[in-house]
Design a binder for this molecule. Structure first.
Ligand code: RBF
Length: 336
């Protein structure tokens, strides 16, 4: 059975005396990064939120970067669990719950927290699930408004792009369709050029891909390609075209090129969840999930650079949509 808990309700859970006693001894947390930290917004936010909470509680954190060979991740998580010294192993990305579950079969005492995980509860796992459909919907909507605008970099083609690191179920079922529905909501005749890079690091290939998209008439791109995003920024800037950003606040990275961000509240939620766990308030088996209404997904309409570079009439239309989602008047179900 699915269990939907929200952060607020966690505070109501009773303290466990046993776990509080453990806290005084100094708890140990491992952060497993499925890839590398640098250039991957959701990974950097996880590590920073975990570290902030651990520091407050006097717990220790060991971060391990798993690298880009995904075939090695399970071995690496197994090796962390085999040390039997971590009260919690924290990780993030939708491929990790399965790996955590496999490792838990060999180390049944090991507890995992997977941010950006799955809605399937399992005994050793605490899972956080973002409504990526909503996250992509709002930014797809803005892409549509921009491509049909008279902004300097916008053309008549009504084509927008996405460049992603790889294809995975969450991308195919939630992120891509969410973006496309958002685009069509803004402009029914809008077209999406969707391309897959094949890795999360090749900035030169990503730049080429972006140039080819731009040559074919695309004027706004959403990159979700980790370290390779850097190449897409270079290409868009050179051509005077626009980017939108996913997961973390991005406008300050390249002002005037990166126009707005659709964020996951990963830093803050990592912080809160780790704090709850360290205080003995978060039980394995829990699934927490939410979108804009619950504050799991954020769109900052007050971002100064968004206000500076995106005309007011566009922001007004976008604000109306965000408000309806926040009020729960409009909602998009996550497809998991
Ligand atoms: N996102 C990154 O920013 N960098 C990565 O290295 C990265 N690797 C991923 C590997 C796998 C197997 C999967 C399923 C996703 C990966 N993501 C990566 C995407 C990330 O977890 C998340 O889905 C997106 O950032 C959208 O929120």
């Amino acid at each position: 059975m699915k269990r939907f808990l929200f952060i607020g309700s966690l505070l109501l859970l009773l303290f466990s005396c046993q776990k509080k006693a453990k806290l005084q001894e100094g708890m140990q947390i491992a952060v497993f990064v499925p890839g590398f930290l640098e250039g991957s917004p959701s990974y950097e936010m996880m590590d920073s939120g975990v570290r902030r909470a651990a520091e407050e509680a006097g717990a220790q954190v060991n971060t391990l970067e798993g690298g880009f060979n995904q075939g090695e991740w399970k071995e690496k998580v197994l090796s962390l669990a085999s040390e039997r010294r971590y009260d919690l192993i924290v990780t993030t990305n939708p491929a990790m719950p399965e790996i955590c579950n496999q490792v838990a079969q060999q180390f049944p005492g090991q507890i995992f927290l997977c941010l950006d995980g799955t809605d399937q509860p399992s005994d050793n796992l605490i899972s956080l699930v973002y409504n990526h459909t909503e996250q992509a919907f709002v930014i797809g909507h803005l892409a549509g408004l921009i491509t049909q605008s008279s902004m300097e970099g916008a053309n008549e083609e009504l084509k927008v792009g996405m460049i992603v690191g790889q294809l995975y179920p969450d991308m195919e079922r939630s992120i891509k369709p969410g973006f496309e529905i958002g685009l069509k909501t803004a402009i029914p005749q809008g077209e999406l050029d969707f391309r897959v890079l094949g890795n999360w690091y090749d900035a030169a290939k990503a730049a080429e891909m972006a140039r080819s998209m731009i040559d074919s008439g695309v004027d706004v791109i959403l990159p979700i390609a980790g370290g390779a995003n850097q190449g897409i920024i270079t290409a868009a800037k050179e051509a005077g075209k626009y980017l939108l950003w996913f997961d973390s606040p991005g406008t300050q990275i390249e002002p005037g090129t990166i126009l707005a961000s659709s964020e996951i509240n990963q830093e803050e939620l990592s912080f809160k969840l780790i704090k709850s766990f360290l205080e003995g308030e978060l039980e394995p088996g829990s699934v927490l999930q939410g979108g804009l209404e619950a504050g799991y997904i954020l769109f900052n309409s007050n971002d100064q650079l968004y206000k500076k570079y995106v005309p007011q009439d566009i922001r007004q239309v976008q604000d109306n949509l965000i408000q309806r989602l926040k009020d729960g008047e409009l909602s998009l179900s996550p497809v998991l």
